[in-house]
Design a protein around this ligand. Structure first.
Ligand SMILES: Nc1ncnc2c1ncn2[C@@H]1O[C@H](COP(=O)(O)OP(=O)(O)OP(=O)(O)O)[C@@H](O)[C@H]1O
Length: 212
């Protein structure tokens, strides 16, 4: 279980400080909603280690992760408009999720499995530049998949997608979260995404989270 307890942070001259507390279970999607400017990205930055709280704890299965550098944290972050390397193939982009020491044949097997899991078998040789927005998002998800980190942070991941692609991407996130027992934290102000996906929903208002 991911437990965030009284994580305090404020930008210079800002009062009162943010104070974040929430729990996310493995195999579940925990949604965080809130109006623009409420502090959702601020919370993700703290979880990812891009900024540091003045006090409070972040624990995964009882172990503190708050002192780890961003690259050592057991989490992956997927943003709204995921940046792929456009001049590289889809497969090469997915490979970037793997540790450099992975052997070539093992890389190929893992990438093929990840492409299959996101429904893009056969797209490996396609240049990223020639993929649709929804396909790019799936490639980014495949790359995340190979990182095999137990916490997945999603920041408005479906906003750029059309309705049909969005439905597919939602199901995929739901399936992968259950299958890999990820602790998925979904930041969104789209209530339809939250209704479709969230096992638990917190609202961020007045610098604090409350369970909806
Ligand atoms: N580096 C910074 N220095 C000072 N204030 C900041 C900084 N970054 C963000 N803020 C302020 O902190 C507040 C929260 O910003 P944040 O980006 O976390 O909100 P958000 O909920 O993610 O908004 P949105 O939904 O519009 O992306 C906003 O009032 C913003 O102006």
């Amino acid at each position: 279980m991911l437990v965030v307890d009284e994580l305090k942070f404020s930008y210079p001259h800002q009062t009162p400080p943010y104070q974040f507390s929430f729990e996310a279970m493995p195999g579940e999607i925990t949604a965080i909603s809130g109006p623009s400017g409420a502090g959702k990205s601020t919370l993700l930055d703290l979880l990812a280690g891009f900024s540091s709280p003045s006090s409070g704890t972040i624990e995964l299965d009882g172990t503190s992760i708050a002192d780890l550098s961003p690259e050592d944290r057991p989490l992956s972050l997927l943003l709204q408009t995921e940046s792929l390397f456009e001049h590289l193939s889809a497969a090469r982009n997915v490979t970037l999720g793997l540790p450099a020491r992975t052997s070539r044949p093992r890389q190929q097997a893992l990438v093929n499995a990840a492409l299959h899991e996101v429904g893009l078998s056969g797209f490996g040789d396609r240049l990223a530049a020639n993929l649709s927005g929804g396909q790019k998002q799936r490639i980014a998800l495949a790359r995340t998949l190979l990182r095999a980190r137990p916490v997945l942070l999603l920041d408005e991941p479906f906003s750029a997608l059309d309705d049909e692609t969005r439905t597919g991407a939602r199901s995929l996130v739901q399936f992968l979260t259950r299958h890999h027992q990820w602790h998925t934290v979904l930041v969104s102000h789209h209530l339809d995404d939250i209704k479709a996906l969230a096992n638990r929903h917190y609202r961020l208002n007045d610098h604090e989270l409350s369970l909806v």
